[in-house]
Design a protein around this ligand. Structure first.
Ligand code: SAH
Ligand code: SF4
Length: 447
């Protein structure tokens, strides 16, 4: 997407809370602001527009938004021309937009996940009327194409392939705030990735809440495996990733395609959420632990050396010590490379929030600590197993603290730090792993 250069109208500051979807939404908001003539700043105090791209998946993210909104009141008092906007998942929840308006009168723009492409209109409206703009669209079928996107510079980019989620896991707010599944047309995805590759991006992550239900609505059929096959043909593209995939919909065809496509990386992020069949059922996950383990076996057989990561939750309502033991057991059996671990918390409007047998906070805390300790031990062991291997590392850039130390990723998505010159940035180079740590690997360039 071409971004036109205008005279600077002012500066904007965007703060993102949440997942890659929210991060990518912020690139779309930034793209629109740049096209309007605004430039980015990293300093809130010099901004003319401050936008908060919010998340409501967990209570902690939500509380951070309320805290920041409170603190911004002072900034608005000092600079009444400052525009403060809140968008994304939080205002998309029922009545939350209205309550933000009431609780934080210094907020000027409030909009949801379905209308982020309307930002320029909201800003003009606000500048004309000086009245708070509150507009949250209900579920939308529209797939708006060709919105300007301001990508983070570098070699990695996100590309949305589908919006929404139809799964309704009983703990999760996402289907209520992101709407029903809608898949982008393959030709639009191909075009976007070809343009990104032409601009030097090499490592593309396809985004969706459940990428393997991509294309379910298409006639003639064209599913996620077909999409990967098509994207694998794009010349100049080095690596293709995707997130998140649901274990229930991970077909044999998909494993075959991943195994046979040279650009699709050997990294599987397969959220397990819980190890007990009883809890999985109450979560409405649609698989049993046996089916999940069977899937892992198939992946390990067809894609040797693949890394496997996950999301796991503790303290779902009714989770007993035995259920939690099943979670620890599955973590030991799969031996994940790494895991995002969460403490269950109630999300208003979801079925699990109404369950009576909520787990006490102190038990949740004990369980999460035990889970993290176990997973950290396994992550470290797995990274140590790689010592001595030579890995193909796609070099991203210098590390924050030392320009001579470079950081890059393996195909399995492990971060590797090694010494090398800036001429290596953007290239895939061989690096011998010298030490495995909890969250990264040390290496030696051996080109
Ligand atoms: N679509 C993705 C993930 C969406 S949310 C998937 O299905 O895997 C990211 C993670 O947040 C989830 O995998 C889950 O582990 C966690 N999460 C979602 N709702 C939660 C809640 N109410 N409490 C705690 N963690 C939650
Ligand atoms: Fe939420 Fe489940 Fe959909 Fe993931 S698949 S977004 S956890 S409802």
């Amino acid at each position: 997407m071409k971004i036109m250069v205008h005279k600077c109208k002012g500066k904007y500051y965007i703060k993102v809370f949440g997942c890659q979807m929210s991060e990518h939404d912020s690139e779309i908001l930034a793209g629109q602001l740049e096209e309007m003539g605004y430039h980015s700043t990293g300093d809130q105090t010099e901004a003319d527009i401050i936008l908060l791209v919010t998340c409501c998946v967990r209570e902690t993210a939500e509380n951070k938004v309320w805290g920041l909104l409170g603190r911004l009141r002072k900034l608005k008092q000092d600079n009444p021309h400052l525009i403060i906007g809140v968008c994304g998942c939080l205002p998309q929840q029922k009545d939350v937009g209205k309550s933000i308006k009431k609780r934080f009168p210094h907020v000027d723009l409030i909009f949801g996940t379905h209308n982020i492409h309307e930002l320029p209109r909201y800003i003009s409206q606000l500048q004309e009327t000086r009245e708070t703009v509150l507009e949250v669209w209900a579920d939308s079928d529209a797939l708006v194409e060709n919105i300007p996107v301001k990508r983070a510079p570098g070699i990695k980019a996100w590309v949305t392939i589908m919006h929404g989620c139809n799964n309704f896991c009983t703990y999760c707010i996402v289907p209520y705030v992101r709407g029903r599944e809608r898949s982008r047309k393959p030709e639009n995805i191909v075009r976007e990735i070809e343009e990104l590759v032409a601009r030097g991006y090499k490592d593309i992550t396809l985004l969706g809440q459940n990428v393997n239900s991509y294309g379910k609505e298409f006639d003639p059929p064209f599913d996620f495996a077909d999409l990967l096959l098509r994207l694998n043909e794009i010349k100049g593209l080095e690596r293709l990733r995707y997130t998140t995939s649901h274990p229930r919909d991970f077909t044999d065809k998909l494993i075959e395609v991943i195994a046979g496509s040279d650009k699709v990386c050997e990294h599987f992020h397969l959220p397990i959420q819980a190890g007990s069949n009883r809890i999985l059922k109450k979560m409405n996950r649609g698989y049993t632990r046996e089916q999940y383990l069977n899937l892992i076996d198939k992946i390990r057989e067809k894609v040797p050396g693949a890394s496997i990561t996950t999301d796991i939750m503790v303290g779902f309502p009714g989770e007993t010590n035995e259920d939690f033991a099943d979670t620890l057991d599955i973590v030991k059996k799969v031996r994940y490379d790494s895991a995002f671990t969460f403490v269950y918390n109630k999300r208003k409007g979801t079925p699990a929030a109404k369950l009576e047998d909520q787990v006490p906070e102190e038990i949740k805390t004990e369980r999460i600590q035990e889970l993290i300790a176990l997973q950290n031990k396994i992550s470290l062991e797995k990274n140590k197993e790689l010592e001595g291997n030579v890995e193909a590392v796609l070099v991203e850039g210098p590390t924050k603290n030392d320009v001579n130390r470079l950081g890059g990723r393996t195909r399995t998505n492990k971060l590797v730090i090694f010494t090398g010159g800036s001429d290596l940035i953007g290239k895939i180079v061989p690096v011998k792993i010298t030490a495995g740590h909890l969250t990264h690997l040390d290496g030696e360039y051996c080109g």
